[in-house]
Design a protein around this ligand. Structure first.
Ligand code: 5GP
Ligand code: ZN
Length: 136
């Protein structure tokens, strides 16, 4: 598996940095986030280094999503989570701080303090359509 010498997640995967590993398979490792948003917040990463969602290969992406589903189920069954958020950030504009692709698995509890990071409000239909046209 390729590794990036300066990447903290590659070091965690290699066992060169300590972590609380909670799940692993041939392609992925999952470990606890050191700055948990809620109790049980974990990160699932492919063993193979890639920068983010824009770069990760389909096999690693698939394995990482499946790992996130395993942890989401455990958070519900074992931690009593009432819901789960998955989050991935691609690029510093999107808050990415560690440039090794990862999925945050964030257990959610009724009444927990997390809030949506945007305020939903209706968009301009023409502008929505224009963006849609660019995305097709
Ligand atoms: P990002 O901001 O890139 O979406 O997520 C990076 C996450 O990695 C952050 O939530 C941060 O708390 C976590 N993190 C950063 N350094 C370490 C570390 O050394 N060990 C662990 N377990 N998590 C880390
Ligand atoms: Zn890495």
């Amino acid at each position: 598996m390729s590794a990036d010498r300066d990447c903290i997640f590659c070091k965690i995967i290699a066992g060169e940095l300590p972590s609380q590993i909670v799940d692993e398979d041939e392609l992925t490792v999952a470990f606890m986030d050191i700055n948990p948003a809620t109790r049980g917040h974990a990160l699932v990463v492919p063993r193979r280094h890639s920068r983010n969602l824009l770069e990760v290969g389909s096999e690693d992406l698939q394995a990482t999503v499946l790992g996130a589903q395993r942890l989401a189920r455990r958070a519900t069954e074992r931690l009593g989570a009432d819901g789960v958020n998955l989050l991935t950030s691609s690029g510093s504009a999107a808050w990415q701080t560690v440039f090794h692709f990862h999925l945050h698995v964030i257990p959610r509890y009724e009444g927990d303090p997390l809030r949506l990071p945007w305020t939903p409000s209706p968009g301009d239909p023409d502008e929505i359509a224009a963006a849609a046209e660019q995305l097709r």
